[in-house]
Design a protein around this ligand. Structure first.
Ligand code: GCO
Ligand code: MN
Ligand code: MN
Length: 383
């Protein structure tokens, strides 16, 4: 097994991930900035398929129209030269002080209008570069104190903004879907639409729910103390898994954005197995960054590591699915007629009369210990 990435794997990185300078709340940058063109070449060198960006990762917020044109021309030339594609784009609605109290949910109507203005232009830029998925991560859409903002008003404002932008995309005839990226906190004390579940429910209230899905991120659900796979599976089952942000995170810590699989390889395994088993066709986007200790050599090692770990886990999933002992246990666990009980008055009446051997049901041994041990052994490479 060479575990060499190929375009079919759809491995993507953001300009902001491999371009992360290692700044943190306590320390200054440790790496020099690379241009978007240099970052595209770095990604091509490590074998990525695509590159995603926020508007201002590519075009600085105060660029003139002529500067924008030149930057986009150079960037597109780098894409052509390397064969990289841009599957996803997004808006930076969090760095500028104008967004210190949110963008779409700000109390200030002028800030809300500016957020729409900036997002429409960023959508144009993303589509111009080929993006078909547009991510909304509401980094600043939240509060430190609930005295500051009415959460019901915030929901309404978020909805109005998304309805406006869906209408804009339809009017332009763009082939673009929106993916909401939930996160519970950081940089705000609390962020609205905190988890996959919140976002899935919210989407049903939009004017064009069919245009809007999810971009769940490993670290974000783990920060909320949740099982990431379960959120992903629910989004998938509802036809809403439009994109995914892969990284890793120790529970209860700051927003770590570690290399995929670096903290909890077992959860990463079940996630990869799920994506591969169901035939998820979207990007595998690594939203993570290298340790602050690294030079750009380390950044390449980080990016290669994300992809290599994914491919190793994909191979482990194949092995797990082909393991006769594991399959025998699964067959045993799932024995019996598994078809749903369809309601009819007669079925309901018969079911009410049926007698059950409750003690026998409770006495059945479920071989989950053995199954989990086999899983661990597959992962540890002894099977
Ligand atoms: C974070 C988020 C971001 C978003 C990005 C794209 O925790 O900072 O994950 O990296 O994914 O802004 O919307
Ligand atoms: Mn994140
Ligand atoms: Mn993310």
């Amino acid at each position: 097994m060479s575990y060499t990435p190929s375009p079919a794997d759809k491995f993507t990185f953001g300009l902001w991930t491999v371009g992360n300078l290692g700044r943190d709340p306590f320390g200054e940058p440790v790496r020099r900035p690379l241009t978007p063109v240099e970052l595209v070449h770095l990604l091509a060198e490590v074998g990525a398929y695509g590159v995603n960006f926020h508007d201002n990762d590519l075009v600085p917020i105060d660029a003139t129209p002529a500067e924008r044109e030149q930057i986009v021309r150079d960037f597109k030339a780098a894409l052509r030269e390397t064969g990289l594609v841009v599957p996803m784009a997004t808006t930076n609605l969090f760095s500028d002080p104008a967004f210190k109290d949110g963008a779409f949910t700000s109390n200030d109507p002028a800030v809300r209008a500016y957020a729409l203005h900036k997002t429409m232009r960023a959508i144009d830029l993303g589509v111009e570069c080929g993006a078909t998925t547009y991510v909304f991560w509401g980094g600043r859409e939240g509060v430190e104190t609930d005295a500051a903002k009415d959460p019901v008003e915030a929901s309404k404002r978020f909805r109005e903004a998304l309805n406006f932008l869906c209408a804009y995309v339809r009017d332009q005839g763009y082939d673009l879907r929106f993916a909401l990226e939930p996160k519970p906190n950081e940089p705000r004390g609390d962020i609205y639409l905190a988890t996959v579940g919140h976002a899935l429910a919210f989407i049903t209230t939009l004017d064009h729910p069919e245009m809007v899905g999810l971009n769940p991120e490993v670290a974000h659900e783990q920060m909320a103390g949740l099982n990431f796979l379960h959120g992903v599976a629910q989004a998938w089952e509802m036809g809403k898994l439009f994109h995914i942000d892969l990284n890793d995170q120790a529970p209860g810590r700051y927003d770590q954005d570690f290399r995929f699989g670096a903290v909890n390889p077992k959860s990463a395994f079940f996630l990869v197995k799920f994506l591969e088993d169901v035939g998820y066709q979207g990007s595998r986007h690594f939203d993570a960054h290298a340790y602050r200790t690294e030079s750009y050599e380390g950044v390449k090692a980080f990016a290669r590591g994300c992809m290599r770990t994914y491919l190793i886990l994909k191979e482990k999933a194949r092995q797990w699915n082909a393991d006769p002992e594991i399959q025998a246990l699964l067959a045993e666990i799932n024995a019996g007629d598994q078809s749903p009980i369809a309601y009819s008055p007669a079925t309901a009446a018969a079911l009410k009369e049926r007698s059950f051997d409750r003690h026998a049901l409770g006495a059945r041994n479920l071989a989950y210990e053995r199954l989990d041990q086999l899983t661990v052994e597959v992962l540890l490479g002894v099977r």
